[in-house]
Ligand binder design. Structure first.
Ligand code: OGA
Ligand code: MN
Length: 300
């Protein structure tokens, strides 16, 4: 654990900067708790810098026992960049607000449901990979969490890439996958994309082996928004992507986040896949989280 005691820390001959935040790693795969930050307060530049560094190192950061209003969450999110809108619509057809809600509560009945409109979230994906400039970070703030389960799984795609045999690493390094909102809807058995949505978000392609812009470490970039591989027959390419996904999402590459109300979690979409787990009584308990997404850069 790093200390936040305001004193200079030394190791060997190297002097380290003062640590502003307390970091407790929770898993070797991904995930660290930030222990001493109240996100309601304005954060200083050094604190923000350390949070960003911790995100790059641990991929998932967990701030426990927070209590942010939507406005406060929006303010905190803006520290990291531009907030992204969504091509998806609410059940009433309206656009999603900047801080929107991930919920299993049916808006017409007011009751929890086993088939929420956000159920695409239950398949492995990386946020907005169907954009030409996909997400850097997503932030979820847990408002209402079932008494048991309702976890989110995070898959470390650096580890997934590094576990591949060398020939496969090389083979996929030269290929690009096609991602689209339309394919995403199809892959998740969801209401098909509308013509308007298809115009707003036409298919895009991204390298299957992506380089993290901050660390230069490689990772696999795929998930449920993909349809096929450029230059390979569609069915064959889809099969290859499915096989890669299966090999990637094995237990040893996964951090399982078990939510407590008040958790605020941010993750790095550039090197992780994630999905919600149906391991709770979805028709009985409410699972409600507030969500914001920060725009990233073009994958390379
Ligand atoms: C998301 C998402 C997963 C969850 O908000 O982008 O995929 O566990 N959520 O709700
Ligand atoms: Mn998501």
């Amino acid at each position: 654990m790093h200390k936040a005691n305001g004193s200079l820390q030394t190791s060997g001959n190297h002097k380290h900067a003062i640590h502003e935040i307390n970091i407790k790693k929770v898993s070797d795969v991904a995930g660290a708790e930030i222990l001493n930050v109240n996100l309601q307060n304005p954060l200083t530049k050094p604190v923000l810098k350390e949070i960003m560094e911790a995100l790059i190192r641990h991929h998932v950061l967990i701030f426990r026992a927070q209590s942010l209003s939507k406005i406060q969450q929006e303010t905190f999110t803006r520290n990291f960049g531009e907030i992204e809108g969504h091509v998806g619509r609410l059940p009433n057809g309206q656009r999603l607000p900047i801080v929107h809600t991930v919920t299993n509560v049916d808006s017409s009945t007011g009751r929890p449901t086993v088939a929420p409109h956000t159920d695409g979230n239950y398949y492995w994906h990386t946020d907005k990979s169907y954009h030409d400039v996909p997400s850097l970070m997503t932030m979820l703030h847990a408002i209402n969490i079932p008494p048991e389960g309702g976890d989110t799984l995070f898959c470390n795609m650096h580890m997934a890439y590094e576990s591949l045999p060398k020939e496969k690493q090389k083979f996929f390094s030269n290929l690009r996958a096609v991602h689209s909102w339309e394919a995403s809807r199809r892959n998740t058995g969801n209401i098909p994309a509308t013509e308007e949505q298809k115009r707003e978000r036409p298919p895009v392609s991204h390298p299957i082996v992506r380089t993290h812009p901050e660390t230069n470490r490689k990772s696999l970039y795929l998930g449920m928004h993909t349809s096929h591989i450029e230059g390979i027959a569609e069915a064959k390419g889809k099969r290859m992507l499915d096989e890669l996904l299966d090999a990637a999402t094995v237990t040893k590459n996964i951090y399982r986040h078990s939510w407590k109300s008040g958790d605020l979690v941010i993750w790095d979409n550039r090197c992780l896949l994630h999905r919600a787990d149906r391991n709770f009584k979805m028709g009985k308990y409410r699972r409600i989280l507030h969500r914001t997404v920060v725009k990233g850069t073009v994958p390379f």
